[in-house]
Design a binder for this molecule. Structure first.
Ligand code: PBG
Ligand code: ZN
Length: 328
């Protein structure tokens, strides 16, 4: 007679493993695909992002083509980032009525009314200096003077037809400023998906190539969170909920599974995790080199994020997962 635990009994066959698996498989509707839309006179503009193989800066025409393929494969939600033709010190392109994201939103919503179009609300892609807020002469990112610009940006996305706005700037009080502005302009129904828990992460490196938004000087550590902090994540989450956020994002995702879990246990709103550019690029690079089974690692990385407690995931793999039939 054996007295030890026989964990292998439930692992013997695929149906037994499936029956006893704790984390449900990923669904198409859990995935949000980010796209980079570039302001270009050439609608067919399509520039590969070297540090993110398989991802591109797209002109409006190319965006439409790529989204069409993804929607046909089952994609239900997109997250838009804009790359303006001109950057300045007030991020004018971020809240221009005919800015690149505003144009993209109108285009996508006209063709696919049911597609969920989420916009990233931030100023860094539109700032000549690459910071997420207005800069003081000494280089400090100013908090309160930045809030009206963020609110204007979110409102302009709403007016273009965005379904959800997602502020990613990490200025204090921005959810309240955006919520108030939306409510004052007949957008009380529009949800705010707040990047509440956003770390100052080196994993954003490839994104900054993609969006041409690396800070020209300094870093983002005075507004994004210190990677050593876990309790602070709960304060940030609560603060954003108090200000009126409808759902929260934790970012990055993979290396912050403990944070996803901790936030999941403390809040009762939908929780999104963002598998960021660096997480994507590392898996792709190792895959391209033949060092890992890329498809398996991609699925495992997302399963880990879901197991940690995320309800939905922003991932650059979304389109390829759907097109390969790995998620439906
Ligand atoms: C803009 C923004 C960033 C990301 C999403 N929104 C960059 C940053 O804060 O530096 C990162 C996304 C990624 O790395 O995939 N504030
Ligand atoms: Zn930013």
């Amino acid at each position: 007679m054996t007295t030890f635990h026989r964990g292998r009994r439930l692992r013997r066959t695929p149906p037994l493993r499936a029956l006893t698996r704790e984390t449900a498989p990923l669904l198409a509707e859990d995935l949000i695909m980010p796209w980079f839309v570039a302001e270009s006179r050439d609608a067919d503009f399509c520039k590969p992002i070297p540090s993110m193989p398989g991802q591109f800066q797209l002109g409006l025409g190319q965006l439409e083509k790529q989204v069409a393929r993804a929607v046909d494969a089952g994609l239900t939600a997109v997250l838009l980032f804009g790359i303006p033709a001109v950057k300045d010190e007030r991020a004018s392109g971020a809240y221009a009525e005919n800015g690149i994201v505003q144009q993209a939103v109108r285009l996508l919503k006209r063709r696919w009314p049911a597609l969920l179009v989420i916009t990233d609300v931030c100023l860094c892609e539109y700032m000549s200096h690459g910071h997420c807020g207005l800069l003081a002469p000494d280089g400090e990112a100013l908090n309160d003077p930045t809030l009206p610009l963020l609110a204007k940006t979110a409102l302009s996305h709403a007016q273009a037809g965005a379904d959800v706005v997602a502020p990613s700037d990490m200025m204090d009080g921005r959810v309240a400023a955006i919520r108030r502005c939306l409510d004052d302009h007949n957008f009380a129904h529009l949800p705010v998906l707040s990047y509440a828990v956003k770390y100052a992460s080196a994993y954003y490196g490839p994104f900054r190539d993609a969006a041409e938004s690396a800070p020209a000087s300094g870093d983002r550590k005075s507004y994004q969170m210190d990677p050593g902090n876990a309790r602070e994540a709960l304060r940030e989450a609560r603060a954003d909920l108090d200000e009126g956020a409808d759902a929260l994002i934790v970012k990055p995702a993979g290396p912050y599974g403990d944070i996803i879990r901790a936030v999941r246990e403390q809040v009762d709103v939908p929780l999104c995790a963002y598998q960021v550019s660096g997480e994507y690029s590392m898996i792709r690079a190792a895959g391209i080199n033949g060092w890992i089974d890329e498809q398996a690692v991609m699925l495992e990385s997302l399963q880990g994020i879901k197991r940690a407690g995320a309800d939905m995931i922003v991932t650059y793999f979304a389109e390829s997962l759907l097109r390969q039939g790995l998620v439906r």
